[in-house]
Design a protein around this ligand. Structure first.
Ligand code: TXA
Ligand code: MG
Length: 292
């Protein structure tokens, strides 16, 4: 069952049942078993599956429900299928901030493993229509409109000595650092493979992407940002005419999808400042461009 969250649509299955989890990998056409995020209706149920610690408690209080995923050592008595965690010693847990998602998770009353509801290697869906584009018309989708955040959750590894961001998102390093009162490390690009879902080409449209474009090469479509936009694109969509990064994040995947048409030679993307949400947006853009 696909369901909306505040970040992107997820494709959920009972995390306790290996066969249900296997069906998700099959639907996504995943080349390998990447570990999945396990979703809960509340922090207390999440804490039962992992070895909870003080940092987790502080961050759950500050940011849940919300776009933050915590990676913690799995509890020996956790019933979450090993397949959902791809055989790792850790589990990624999160409580999404969306009324339909929370209702769905409450009714399910089990941990729900849910990757983004796209086919493997493709852009995450931010509307129910995108989910059907990805998984086919027969896919069961809870209709919840467009996702508010539009970028996948921040993934923070709390299983080591120092908190480590594996995937940047709307909960930024600055916000985490302020809540914990300590420095947060960020996984380097070279080390990104240690989180399997961080494969550099994870978020790829089929057309090549050209980043930091300041002018248009004939034949290109333009993913614009801000008020001063170069002319001459075959088609243009502006992530945020006022240069608002939250608006840009919410539009990013839908606009990448819309511009990903065979008649465009490539998608040129204007520079986006790297502060706040810009870091997460640029992370996704670099991954999308890496595929080409
Ligand atoms: O916003 C989101 O997080 C969305 C919505 C549906 O909740 N879900 C999502 O799931 O983006 P997915 O499967 O597309 O990405 C999961 C990410 C991957 O980067 C994966 O490697 C990482 O979480 N991950 C999951 N379990 C992990 C673990 N035990 N250790 C390290 N990374 C893990
Ligand atoms: Mg994904």
């Amino acid at each position: 069952m696909a369901f909306p969250t505040e970040t992107v649509y997820g494709l959920g299955a009972n995390a306790l049942l290996g066969e249900a989890v296997a069906a998700i990998y099959a639907a996504k056409g995943r080349p390998s078993f990447n570990p999945l995020i396990i979703h809960f209706a509340g922090g207390e149920s999440a804490a039962k599956q992992v070895q909870w610690n003080e940092r987790a408690e502080t961050l759950a209080r500050a940011f849940w429900p919300g776009p933050l995923t915590l990676v913690l050592p799995r509890r020996p008595d956790s019933g979450v299928s090993l397949l959902a965690g791809a055989g790792l010693e850790t589990l990624a847990v999160r409580v999404p901030d969306h009324p339909l998602a929370l209702e769905f998770l409450r009714l399910a009353a089990v941990p729900v493993a849910a990757p983004s509801a796209n086919r493997s290697g493709r852009i995450s869906p931010t509307t129910a229509a995108h989910v059907r584009e990805e998984l086919g018309d027969s896919a069961q989708v809870l209709e919840g409109g467009a996702c508010r955040v539009g970028l996948e959750s921040t993934v923070l590894d709390l299983s080591g000595d120092v908190p480590l961001i594996l995937r940047p998102g709307a909960v930024t390093a600055e916000m985490l650092s302020a809540a914990l009162g300590e420095n947060i490390r960020q996984v380097g690009e070279g080390a990104a493979i240690s989180a399997p879902g961080m494969m550099l080409s994870h978020y790829a449209p089929t057309r090549p992407m050209r980043l930091n474009a300041k002018e248009i090469i004939p034949g290109e479509a333009l993913l614009a940002f801000g008020p001063n936009v170069p002319q001459g694109a075959r088609r243009r969509l502006n992530l945020s005419e006022t240069g608002n990064l939250a608006e840009a994040a919410a539009n990013l995947f839908a606009y990448m999808r819309a511009l990903d048409a065979p008649e465009h030679m490539a998608i040129a993307v204007m520079p986006i400042p790297d502060d706040d949400l810009g870091a997460a947006i640029n992370d996704r853009l670099r991954r999308a461009a890496a595929k080409a």
